[in-house]
Design a protein around this ligand. Structure first.
Ligand code: DQA
Length: 143
């Protein structure tokens, strides 16, 4: 299998310091180490950005490369039709895209209950902290 792209959206650069009561005390470096430890033979590319444009361009790159993606769209989850369309480009081409969330958005504010991404994702995993990413990668490898 080609490499797996782990994409994190806005404000996730502050993971570990951002609302730790919701997102925990581990940071993005800990996420990278966790995934490399759990899946030593997998080639990962890790990318975080606060920019919608940069996320879309990474999804276009995954489309060109035929890569599978684990995406935490963060707040873009709830309103970015442009990001949804980029995800659809990828999944309609046969690549897999798993939408992940650290928290369970359905147990939080009402605006977080809707995802514009889920309808074009291969699957969705939410609410298991950083283990959400581990579950997503396991599923990509299972298929
Ligand atoms: C999040 C949930 C979103 O509602 C929020 O905007 C985030 C993080 C999560 O991982 O739980 O930034 O995607």
């Amino acid at each position: 299998m080609s490499k797996i792209l782990i994409l994190n959206g806005p404000n996730l650069n502050l993971l570990g310091r951002r609302e730790p009561e919701i997102y925990g005390s581990a940071n993005l470096g800990d996420l990278e180490n966790l995934l490399k430890e759990e899946f030593p033979t997998v080639e990962f590319e890790f990318f975080q950005t606060n920019s919608e444009q940069a996320l879309i361009e990474k999804l276009h790159q995954a489309f060109e490369d035929g890569s599978d993606v684990v995406l935490n769209p963060a707040a873009f989850t709830h309103y970015s039709y442009a990001l949804r369309d980029a995800c659809a480009v990828l999944t309609s081409s046969g690549s897999k895209l798993i939408e992940v969330h650290i928290s369970n958005p359905h147990s939080r504010e009402e605006f977080r209950h809707n995802s514009v991404i889920s309808g074009v994702a291969t699957g969705v995993i939410a609410g298991f902290g950083l283990r959400s990413y581990v579950l997503a990668v396991s599923q990509l490898l299972a298929n």
